[in-house]
Design a protein around this ligand. Structure first.
Ligand code: AKG
Ligand code: FE2
Length: 356
């Protein structure tokens, strides 16, 4: 059976979910195979400390905190985002038990029978809903994962027909998580601006009053051949920045041509710069390439929230970062996420399209 499906076009393959193939004990069909190098991605470093910086956001918002300690945390943010393009945020004010609840409703959704999940299925060419990303261009591999993608903010953009009614707390949990994400994006956007000595509201102004939040719930089934597939292919995000949580390891971030594992930390959120923050900071903050490995033993979920400027709003490098010695590296762009998507489908980065 696996041989037959190897010759099917990606459109047909996409109508069958990875979870179904795993339940049928199928080997990954050819369009999913993207790795020949079979690097050894073992877990032997799982006990060692991760080099990805940790930032305590509570040190920024506490009015009791001595100014010097706040300043230290801001410097850590600047250093983290200009070298790694990401940090693990703790002290973000969301309780561990609520983060567990978000992970739990995600797991419960994906654990349902396929017929239940397909009630929320997207059409092959559409984006929002349950399934896989739209078919990439010829020659691009498919990801060994399933996902549910939902617009959550502005609230008038929600398509509640695609919001699962099972588990029955899903909607309420996602609404609450969205409120938390709004709060965290305000906190982080201001902190990033302050770390660069800019007006603290400058990034919030660029994102606009109708800035967007989109939630992507990823489910990574185990794979018998993790050496041949990827849960998600290497990419940078097209959003402004992304807030991510996972329940198991699997995500890796590229730095200096080396992959680094994002450690399992049930209390941390990964704040990951995307291309539009690289543009707004004139290249000071980096939008890192990241990918998700497959695992032969266990499944994994992640909940990813993309924070993106309002539709139709022009964004560009902050004036305060440009002077005679530091020319503008990027042009003003609008709806960059769409440009990014076009290149992503061809396996390419889009940032050059925004370069001066
Ligand atoms: O699952 C993850 O940890 C990463 C997901 C991701 O990179 C994305 O959805 O853009
Ligand atoms: Fe991503």
């Amino acid at each position: 059976m696996a041989e037959d499906s190897a010759h099917l076009p990606a459109e047909i393959l996409l109508s069958k979910r990875v979870q179904e193939m795993v339940l049928n004990d199928e080997e990954p069909p050819a369009p999913y195979k993207c790795r020949q190098d079979a690097e050894s991605e073992d877990d032997d470093d799982s006990l060692s400390a991760s080099p990805i910086p940790i930032i305590d956001l509570s040190r920024l918002s506490s009015s009791q905190e001595p100014a010097q300690e706040t300043e230290e945390e801001l410097q850590k943010i600047k250093l983290a985002l200009s070298s790694w393009g990401c940090f693990q945020a703790i002290g973000h004010g969301i309780s561990g038990s609520f983060l567990d609840k978000v992970r739990q409703v995600t797991r419960e959704f994906f654990a349902q029978p396929m017929d239940e999940k397909k009630k929320y299925a997207k059409a092959v060419l559409e984006f929002e809903g349950y399934g896989a990303d739209p078919v990439p261009e010829e020659g691009q591999s498919l990801d060994w994962s399933d996902r549910l993608f939902l617009n959550v903010q502005p609230a008038d953009q929600r398509n509640y027909k695609l919001w699962p009614s099972n588990p029955d707390s899903f909607r309420e949990v996602l609404e609450e998580y969205t409120e938390e994400m709004k709060r965290v994006t305000e906190l982080v956007s201001r902190a990033m601006a302050k770390s660069l000595n800019l007006d603290e509201d400058c990034f919030l102004r660029q994102f606009g009053e109708r800035s967007q939040l989109q939630a992507r719930f990823n489910y990574y089934s185990p794979c018998k051949r993790p050496d041949l597939v990827l849960g998600l292919k290497p990419h940078s995000d097209g959003s402004g920045y992304t807030i991510l949580m996972q329940d198991e390891v699997g995500l890796q971030v590229l730095k200096n041509d080396k992959w680094f594992k994002v450690p399992k930390n049930p209390h941390a959120l990964l704040i990951l710069m995307a291309d539009q923050m690289q543009i707004m900071t004139n290249g000071i903050f980096k939008s890192p390439v990241h990918r998700v490995l497959s695992n032969s033993e266990r499944d994994r979920i992640s909940v990813v929230v993309f924070y993106t400027p309002e539709v139709g709003k022009e964004i560009g490098p902050e004036d305060g970062l440009i002077d005679d010695k530091t020319p503008k590296l990027f042009k003003k762009v609008k709806d960059y996420a769409d440009i990014h998507w076009g290149y992503y489908q061809r396996g390419m980065s889009a940032l050059h399209a925004a370069q001066v």
